[in-house]
Design a protein around this ligand. Sequence first.
Ligand code: ZN
Length: 178
Amino acid sequence: MSVMPIRTFGHPVLRERARPVESFDDNLRRLAEDMLETMYAAPGVGLAANQIGMAIRLIVWDDGNGPGAMANQVVSGLEGEQLDDEGCLSVPGLYYPTARAFHVRAEGLDLFGTPVAHDAEGLLARIFQHEVDHIEGKLFLSRLSRENRADALAAMRDRELGIERNGRGLRPRPSRAT
Ligand code: ZN
């Protein structure tokens, strides 16, 4: 297993709508292992294949109940609301309150191509919504209030310029990024 470099904000692969997984072979399973290794090393609680530069619909996660992986995920049955800090390994170190449904049903295929479904709530539901955004080429920044989005973009611009800045979103919450 190996830790892969995570693509960060500004990389075009993060804006790409990922294509469906078609081959459920050893290569796919190795890729999922590498993604989990990368996610744990970050550390984070979820990762989409786009984030390591592969525009395919594959996600991995661990919300504290063990690792999971799913291909071609579709999210439905959005119910309730949660407003909690959310972060993204592709937008490192920035966390903002992000509105998500409290409950979702995630359906897709496991690493052998067998249909699977998870009814999730709370953090796992948040992870599924975050990752399905990734495979659609969207970042959580698009879900933020206008004010917080502006703060995030300013913080990233300053970081690019090498300026140390304490944006409102800069918080030491490394375990919640996906
Ligand atoms: Zn993310």
